[in-house]
Design a protein around this ligand. Structure first.
Ligand SMILES: Nc1ncnc2c1ncn2[C@@H]1O[C@H](COP(=O)(O)OP(=O)(O)OP(=O)(O)O)[C@@H](O)[C@H]1O
Length: 579
């Protein structure tokens, strides 16, 4: 992407703020026009000093004071308004990018590096905000200042102005040349820092494994390797800047010397008075700051372009809006039908092929089978995390694809294989997704999930704050919170994915009791349960058991039916587990 296109990409966001920008620009123009006035005032003061006009000099502090008060007011207006616009644009950009991320399908997040996304959402957008702030707040005023001061210099003496500007194209070329290099290095540097963020996110999340394997040194080395690369790339950026500034300084110094040479010559010829020359030099000196600031900002622009590209890449991601014709799902009975459903994560590797089955409202169906058979995939399809490549999933006879997502998620609950808890209180985690929730409902869900007892033993009960991912709770406690979270929504269909795996016997018994509450207790008869389990003890109470192998249901029936002749796959699995 070339630089123009990249910055143009921001304009749809900037347009919204044209009113504030116009006011800010008016302030800027007045402020900038005051710049040559300073040179005029200095020239005038020099004249009064030369003429020994003490009366005029007496008024000078008052006039200068008033001038600077008015000028300061416009400067304030410019600074505040422009900063406000820049940071509003940043906020808006952040909202748009986050909305875009939320619209992505699950596979996107499974492939994306979390740290890199976090870096883009925070650092990259901040950098864009900073650049916009500088653009409005420094670059635009500086460019206007340059024009105003130059106009005054030309008015004063055009030959001297030409002498002062003779080296300007060279300065422009030097700045442009270094700018291109800066962009290349900035791209590299930002990618490196994002990789560092990704590695760090991954390692901090997996700290329990790092510690358990005594892999601290190994991780340290991996970290330092990426950190060193990041340091190298960032250092390259600074080195480029460090060479550029002295070169521009040398050219500026030569230009000033030329000015004195030609100015002195003109004074000797009587074409210029010394006070005019002082005013001219004052104006020329006033040029140095804007030139330096523009150089600096141009460099930041170039560096920031790498951030804009990275944000633009996110904004360019395809969106997956819901089709127009989807309808809200009325309160359902809970019948589920898979009709000739096929699915593959990767085109060449089918996971489910032409799968058909029906689950009646209120029925509890257990899915069992070897690892990798496709049980979780089946649940993922039901949750619409993925779409079938062929066939239909019907809920009370309605095609799942024709139902609005929002209404679907109000009637289906999931207890996933790995419980994910968010930072917040236990109550907020149970009522996840709702800001104002009925506390009695949270407590009821917790009772059904067998979680109330342990929650009440915590220092602040339901108000106990859980850190990121709720790492202070045991596996069984986390799972019971997940069950409560699913029950809280009073779903018509509940998917339990391996809810009892990886638990000790006591925790398993508690989770098992919670599940029995769902399957055979007060919630039963209202809720269809699809239970994915490895442990066959969990499935004994199911109305039907489906044995899944290679994406197919190879056997189905109650425990008794499947055990009847002892020759079924179920019977052999059962026998193996009892050993
Ligand atoms: N996100 C994914 N991307 C690509 N392939 C996947 C993904 N998730 C699962 N698979 C593959 O799909 C197949 C079915 O996996 P699935 O998780 O549905 O099996 P499962 O029966 O639930 O296994 P387990 O009992 O071990 O959880 C496996 O071959 C697995 O490697």
């Amino acid at each position: 992407m070339n630089s123009r296109l990249s910055y143009l990409a921001l304009f749809p966001h900037i347009r919204v703020y044209r009113r504030s920008l116009t006011f800010a620009l008016i302030c800027t123009v007045v402020y900038v026009l005051s710049m040559p006035m300073i040179a005029v005032l200095i020239g005038q003061a020099a004249q009064y000093v030369g003429d020994q006009n003490l009366q005029a000099l007496l008024y000078l502090p008052g006039v200068v004071g008033l001038f600077f008060v008015i000028r300061g007011g416009f400067e304030y207006g410019q600074d505040v308004l422009m900063a406000q616009v820049a940071f509003d644009i940043t906020l808006n950009l952040r909202r748009r990018v986050y909305t875009k991320l939320q619209q992505q399908e699950l596979p996107y997040f499974q492939q994306a590096a979390t740290g890199d996304l976090v870096y883009r959402m925070t650092e990259d957008i901040d950098r864009i905000g900073e650049i916009l702030n500088q653009l409005f707040h420094q670059s635009v005023p500086c460019a206007l200042q340059l024009v105003a001061i130059l106009a005054y210099m030309i008015y004063l003496n055009w030959t001297l102005t030409v002498a002062a500007l003779i080296l300007a194209p060279l300065v422009g070329w030097v700045i442009g040349w270094f700018g291109e290099r800066l962009l290349a290095f900035a791209r590299r540097s930002q990618t490196q820092v994002a990789s560092l963020a990704s590695l760090l996110t991954e390692t901090l999340r997996g700290m329990a494994v790092v510690k358990a394997y005594g892999a601290e040194d190994y991780e340290m080395e991996r970290f330092m390797q990426v950190a060193r690369q990041s340091r190298q790339a960032t250092f390259a950026v600074e080195r480029i800047k460090a060479i550029q500034y002295p070169i521009v300084g040398i050219i500026e110094a030569i230009a000033v010397s030329l000015l004195f040479l030609i100015g002195g010559w003109q004074i000797s010829l009587g074409q210029l008075t010394p006070s005019q020359f002082i005013s001219f030099v004052a104006a020329a000196v006033l040029l140095i700051d804007p030139i330096n600031l523009i150089t600096e900002n141009y460099n930041k622009f170039k560096q920031g372009q790498a951030s804009i590209d990275r944000i633009q890449a996110l904004l360019d991601l395809p969106s997956y809006p819901e089709p127009q014709n989807v309808k809200p799902l009325p309160r359902i009975k809970g019948a589920v039908e898979f009709r000739h459903v096929s699915f593959a994560y990767h085109p060449q590797q089918p996971v489910l092929e032409n799968l058909s089955f029906q689950v009646q409202p209120g029925e509890t169906v257990a899915l069992i089978g070897p690892s990798g058979a496709g049980k979780s995939t089946l649940a993922h399809l039901l949750l619409r995390l993925y779409q079938p490549t062929a066939g239909q999933i019907l809920i009370d006879g309605i095609d799942l694809q024709s139902i609005s997502r929002q209404s679907w998620y109000q009637q289906i609950g999931i207890v996933p294989q790995h419980t994910y808890l968010f930072s917040g209180t236990i109550g907020q985690n149970i009522a996840y997704g709702q800001v104002d929730f009925d506390f009695a409902q949270v407590q009821k869900a917790s009772d059904i999930a067998n979680a109330t007892e342990f929650i009440q033993q915590l220092p602040q009960g339901f108000h106990t704050y859980l850190g990121e991912q709720g790492t202070t709770l045991s596996g069984g406690q986390r799972q019971r919170i997940a069950i409560a979270r699913a029950v809280f929504r009073n779903p018509r269909i509940l998917v339990l994915d391996e809810a009892t795996s990886a638990l000790d016997t006591e925790s398993e018994a508690l989770v098992q009791a919670a599940l029995e509450n769902l399957m055979g207790g007060p919630a039963s008869g209202q809720c269809t349960v699809i239970l994915i389990a490895h442990r066959l003890t969990t499935v004994l109470n199911a109305d039907r058991i489906f044995v899944v192998e290679k994406g197919q249901i190879v056997e189905s029936g109650t425990h008794q039916q499947l055990m009847a002749n002892g020759l079924t796959r179920y019977a052999s699995l059962y026998a193996k587990q009892l050993k």
